[in-house]
Design a protein around this ligand. Sequence first.
Ligand SMILES: C[S@@+](CC[C@H](N)C(=O)[O-])C[C@H]1O[C@@H](n2cnc3c(N)ncnc32)[C@H](O)[C@@H]1O
Length: 410
Amino acid sequence: MANQELDPVAPPGLHLVSAFLAMEPADSLISLARACGGGSVTEKVQRFIWSYCISEASGKGYVPYVKNFLKKLIVEVESNHGDVLDELYEQYAYIMTSLKDDHLAEKNKRVCKYITFLFPDGTFDLPSCPKSRKLIVPLQCSLNMLEGDTGCSIWPSSLYLSEIILSFPEIFSNKSCFEVGSGVGLVGVCLAQAKAAKVILTDGDLSTLVNLRSNLELNQLSIETDFSENEDSNVVKCIHLPWESASESEVRGFMPEIVLGADVIYDPTCLPHLVRVLSILLSQKKSDSPTQKESCKGSIRDSEYGHDRVNDTNQGKILCANDLDRCHSNHNGIDACKEAPNTRSSEGPVAYIASVIRNIDTFNCFLALASQANLAITDITETFRPFNLLPYMQSYQRSNIRLFIVSCNT
Ligand SMILES: C[S@@+](CC[C@H](N)C(=O)[O-])C[C@H]1O[C@@H](n2cnc3c(N)ncnc32)[C@H](O)[C@@H]1O
């Protein structure tokens, strides 16, 4: 590779540029830069970085991020006794003198990350843009992971769910899709790309919703907040839907064929509410058969998981602890049962839930609540693998993510 020309539209140059635009950690960029130079950051690689990352992306890059990358790059070259390009030294010096302290102090600062999905040659065409081998999704995010009740950052499960949608667009195209806890909106953008018939994005946090709407606009999607019918698949509905206060009739009104959720299983106090919402969404057949409606509804009702019970966190914990054994057996059960996915649109809606299991007790609590609500959960991680559309993203640990399909037991 050392003697070949680096190309910004083909690996490894494309990976380096994509990682820079996605604001990957500086160490990842350095390792991609080394790969471009056959093991070291040669002058040619530095020139490539200068042309395609620093100069060309100067309007896009967040200045403190560029500064940190330049610093690590200069240290990398110097410590290997290489010559640093003058342009890189000068740019670093310029940023050092022009960067104001208040710029660095803005913890809740929004930045724009560009997530580039790279489609391997010979695979499939993106429904929204046949023959295009890449999709770039700009997303405004916060540097503070906790801002907007965690909804202003990109979480790994949404990357995974997006890869699923873009790898299997036929599952989602012409389907009415509904997402819980949409955050920055990446999954919604991918659903629109897959030509879902309807995209309904929801979140319980108002500042997250404001950011979500900006992101939909950034991606040229029109936003509709009312419930009027619109056949244009570039129109996305964006709705404030806190799981705690969502009424059964409101949730029932959506009638999606596919429900999605990425990294929404993490707060034990919210789980009963999340499961209640899922249960209502999944208990409806397209024909809205009363028999099936009752089967889910019977086991998890508003009164059962009303505010009194759920706001009592102790009671929530007791519920988890008491149900742990059952959850373990459930968990083993779902691990053992690896089915191919089935959207089952003729039988009823299904949910695709992607999750990093950070706390096994919390996850087991989710399983127990789902079981009480008569929801069937199948782990399809091993049998339903998406293409690796983010090969440059070293910070994204796919192996930590599980994908579950959830449906209402009949
Ligand atoms: C960890 S973030 C994941 C965001 C996005 N799905 C992703 O993977 O990037 C959890 C999301 O769920 C939303 N959320 C948390 N609790 C909620 C609740 N009780 N009702 C509705 N949304 C909630 C948060 O606002 C946030 O957007």
